[in-house]
Structures are given as structure tokens and as C-alpha cells.
Design a binder for this molecule. Structure first.
Ligand code: F0G
Length: 482
């Protein structure tokens, strides 16, 4: 792995790209940000980008695209069937992911819909390292249940464990014996486990899962949406692979899965998604769903221009300077916050920095959503839009009861090659101020709660006038500054 040292000895992540197209940002006054919060139901998903300064909601569809990706869009082959753009994408999938068959879908959850429809029957159980919101919603929608089988270490915030996304192998075997392999259509492994702070699993762990899958004759499904970053952390953290490259690690990992699916909005810095496999049988089991839900088999609901950029983006996933940029900025931010005494998920993972809202807002009970409150407070005092990854993002159980999240996190996504280092420093600066004034943050309550994936469009309101008080303190300390 290439490391560039500074003479000063400081550990500064250096950008190995230059900016050639830019988008102007606006930092609107705090009074407007307060209005925007009320208009958006204190839900950062419902904010308009005209009110947002740094958009750290997600890396999904917001990674910077490369000049090569944009150029490739110009020679897209518009055709309903048999498009050459699809031929190029198919080749990229074979070269990068090493899988023979590809079913294109419009994004990651479309793959989850098809896989769930094809394989899940009422009462089935899907063991996984950890759930992702949309993956779980599709499984339960089809009558299945999930079993999350991480090791205890995964829930330790301040940890140095290199692979908190590892599946608990002993528990996996127990669960299989208890429920019977017949009731388990597949085991799901999520690369760079999103909801516990973008934490990777090791290749060795995947091997152990594979051998249990073989022993009991169960399919292994790999969610590869954040596979590039998982592979990068394997290079950094797993001794056996210290002299390998990202492409080799990716192929070792995909080689163990019967079925690989991904959101191209993350994996290849484009839009779109895909399901791939080496098995003709699996391909045939899923094939008919694509024209039914997505579009013909050579576009799957994705524009051909995006298909071209997806192909190029997949090849760029092999470039360490592309894949390392976001994790190195995240590490910079996590180290800085940690030094300031702000509890964050450690070690630094991928996708974003994850602030421990349960600690930051220890005075707010889980019933009043500390992570959602922190997300709203940070937006108010900075224009930075993060995402609640806590109890609001959880779904109610089958009896309609709240299920409180294992972790209440504020996720600050760092999409690939989008932000500058001074912007990251601004994030840290405003969070440090907020931490000093944390007692001014109050709780939230729902005033509109949709039945499915409530976090997307749900509406909340503050339990009292804490936002006004927080704003007053901001103005006292910052004066005219935005
Ligand atoms: N799997 C993982 C691990 C994801 O992170 C996502 C999306 C999906 C599947 C679904 O893909 O959005 O293309 O339908 N994660 C986004 C996020 C939404 O913000 O973390 P999709």
C-alpha cells in the first residue's frame, strides 16, 4: 500500500485527484436552517439541498464521478434489448467481480426485492452478520425473519478490533441446528456492515461462513455494496493479504458467494445495481423477475448512460487511490473527534464517521431518539446534514412495538472524492462546539409515522423549545458568523 509522508510528521490524507468540475455550495443563516428543520419534520431526509451546506447524508449516488466515467456516458448504446453498453458492463462484472452471469437492477434494494421474492417463504430465517434497513424490510415483507449474528465486540464503540463485521460462527451453527437448514434459504453477509459503523469482515471469517454453508447445503449471499472498501481494509488489517491488491481480495471474497448483489450507487460511484452468480440454476431462478419489476435483461431499469459509467466505475474500484480516499478522510475525522473526547465508532470504518449519540446526548432517553436529535442539532448549528442511524431507522416489531437500536449513531457520510480537508475540519469544529453545548440538545417525538421504512419520510417535532435555545447560544458565541 502506497503511503505519502509529510515532512512535518503530521498524518494528513493527501488527495490523489484534482477537482475539475465544481458545484457551488450555500451556507444559509441559522434562522433559515431552523425554519428548514420545522418544514422537514426534523428529519434530515426531508431537507432540501438548497438549505444544506455539507451533504453528509449518504454516499449513495453522491460519490464524485471520474472524467473517464463521464466520458463513457457519451458512447452509450440506446437499445431496449441487446445494448452494447450492457455487454461492456457484463464484461466489467466478469473481470472485477469474477462472476459469469449478471442481472441488472435499478438499485440495491431492487436486488433485495428479487432475491427475497425468489427464495423467502413464510417462517424462513435469514442469518446475517447485521441487517441493512432495506434488506430487512424486503425479508420481513416476504414473511421471513432475520437473525443478527455479530460477535459482542461489534457493539463495543471504542474498540480496536479490526473486523467488527465478522459473523459469529459458533452462533451461526447453533441457529442452523435450531431452525434446520431447510428453513434457511440463504445466509447473508454484508461487506463493510453499514449500520454498525461501516465495519468490515475478514476473508477468514467469510471462509468459515462458507464452510458452514457447505456443511449444511445453504446458499451464501454477499451484499457487495461496500465491497471495495471492505477489501481495502482487508489489505490494511489482515496479515495474509498485506501483499495483495484490492482486485485479488475482491475476487477471493466474491468467489466464495453463490450470489453477489450490489448497489452501484455505492460500489461503482454511479447509479444502478446488479445481481451476479456463477450458477446457471440461480440465474434461471431469478431471471424472470427482472423484466417483471425492473426492465429488460440488458438494462434492468438503469439508463444506458449510467450502465456505461457503472462499467468504468467497477474497474476504478480496483484503484487503491480511489477506494482509500474516503476511509482516509473518515479516519482523520474520527481521530480528531476522538482526541476531543467525543465518542465515535472505532476503529474508523468506511462510508462515514459515526458519532455515538447515546453518549453525546446521554441526557436524552432512547424513547426520544438521541441520534435523530443530534442530527437535527448539528444541522441547525452548521448546515451539515448527517443521517440518523438509531431507533428511528429501526422498524417496529410484528406487534407494533418500538424496537430500540443497539447503537444510536449519527452517521456523517464521506462520499468518495467529494469534500476537501478544510470542510472535514469544519465538521469537527462545529461538532466540538456542539459537544460543549450538548445539554442544550433535546429530544424528538413522531407526529407522522409511516408504516414501512419510517425514517425516510417520517415527521418529528422537538419535545420543547430546545432548538430556539440552541440557536440563541450559537448566536451568542458566533455572532454574525454563519
Ligand atoms: N446494502 C447496503 C449495505 C447498503 O448500504 C444499501 C444502501 C443497500 C444495500 C441498498 O441499496 O440504496 O441502492 O437501494 N445504502 C444507502 C445508505 C441507502 O445511505 O447507506 P440502494
Amino acid at each position: 500500500m502506497q503511503e505519502i509522508k509529510f515532512y512535518s510528521g503530521e498524518n494528513i490524507p493527501l488527495e490523489l485527484h484534482k477537482t475539475r468540475i465544481v458545484q457551488k455550495l450555500h451556507l444559509v443563516p441559522i434562522e433559515r436552517r431552523l425554519e428548514a428543520l420545522y418544514e422537514g419534520g426534523f428529519n434530515t431526509f426531508r431537507l432540501s439541498t438548497k438549505d444544506v451546506f455539507l451533504d453528509m447524508l449518504t454516499d449513495s449516488g453522491t460519490n464524485a464521478m471520474s472524467d473517464e466515467q463521464l466520458a463513457s456516458m457519451m458512447h452509450a448504446d440506446d437499445a431496449y434489448a441487446g445494448s452494447q453498453s450492457f455487454v461492456r458492463l457484463h464484461k466489467a462484472v466478469q473481470d472485477v467481480l469474477g462472476k459469469k452471469y449478471l442481472l441488472p437492477v435499478h438499485q440495491g434494494r431492487a436486488a433485495e426485492n428479487i432475491i427475497s421474492k425468489a427464495y423467502i417463504r413464510k417462517g424462513n430465517l435469514i442469518p446475517m452478520n447485521y441487517h441493512f434497513t432495506t434488506a430487512m424490510a424486503h425479508i420481513t415483507e416476504n414473511g421471513g425473519k432475520i437473525a443478527e449474528l455479530l460477535y459482542d465486540e461489534a457493539y463495543v464503540m471504542n474498540s480496536s478490533h479490526p473486523f467488527k463485521g465478522n459473523m459469529n460462527i459458533e452462533k451461526l451453527e447453533e441457529i442452523i441446528k435450531l431452525n434446520g437448514a431447510k428453513n434457511i434459504p440463504y445466509i447473508r453477509m454484508e461487506a463493510s456492515t453499514n449500520l454498525i459503523g461501516g465495519q468490515p469482515f475478514s476473508v477468514q471469517n467469510l471462509r468459515d461462513v462458507r464452510s458452514l454453508a457447505d456443511k449444511y447445503g445453504i446458499r451464501l449471499v454477499l451484499d457487495a455494496s461496500l465491497l471495495g472498501e471492505n477489501a481495502y481494509l482487508v489489505l490494511e488489517r489482515e496479515e495474509e493479504f498485506k501483499d495483495s491488491n484490492i482486485g485479488e481480495v475482491i475476487k477471493v471474497m466474491t468467489g466464495m458467494a453463490d450470489l453477489v448483489y450490489f448497489s452501484a450507487r455505492k460500489l461503482s460511484s454511479s447509479r444502478g445495481g446488479g445481481i451476479c452468480t456463477d450458477s446457471e440454476e440461480i440465474y434461471k431462478e431469478l431471471e424472470a423477475f427482472v423484466p417483471l419489476f425492473e426492465g429488460f435483461l440488458t438494462y434492468g431499469g438503469i439508463s444506458v448512460r449510467e450502465i456505461e459509467s457503472m462499467a468504468v466505475g467497477l474497474y476504478e474500484t480496483l484503484d487503491e487511490t480511489v477506494i482509500s480516499q474516503s476511509p482516509s478522510f473518515i479516519k482523520y475525522l474520527v481521530d480528531d473527534l476522538d482526541k476531543a473526547g467525543i465518542s465515535v465508532v472505532k476503529p474508523a470504518g468506511v462510508l462515514g464517521a459515526h458519532v455515538n449519540a447515546m453518549d453525546f446526548c446521554s441526557h436524552i432517553p432512547q424513547t426520544e431518539y438521541p441520534a435523530g436529535s443530534l442530527a437535527a442539532a448539528l444541522f441547525l448549528i452548521s448546515g451539515i446534514r448527517g443521517m440518523e442511524r438509531g431507533s428511528i431507522s429501526n422498524q417496529r416489531d410484528e406487534y407494533g412495538n418500538e424496537t430500540y437500536a443497539d447503537m444510536e449513531l449519527l452517521r456523517l457520510a464521506v462520499p468518495r472524492r467529494v469534500f476537501t480537508l478544510s470542510q472535514i475540519m469544519f465538521v469537527a469544529d462545529r461538532l466540538k462546539w456542539l459537544h460543549e453545548n450538548k445539554n442544550l440538545i433535546g429530544g424528538l417525538k413522531f407526529n407522522y409515522e409511516p408504516p414501512v421504512l419510517r425514517f425516510f419520510m417520517g415527521g418529528l417535532e422537538p419535545v420543547n423549545d430546545w432548538p430556539q435555545k440552541l440557536m440563541a447560544k450559537f448566536k451568542e458565541d458566533f455572532g454574525d458568523s454563519l
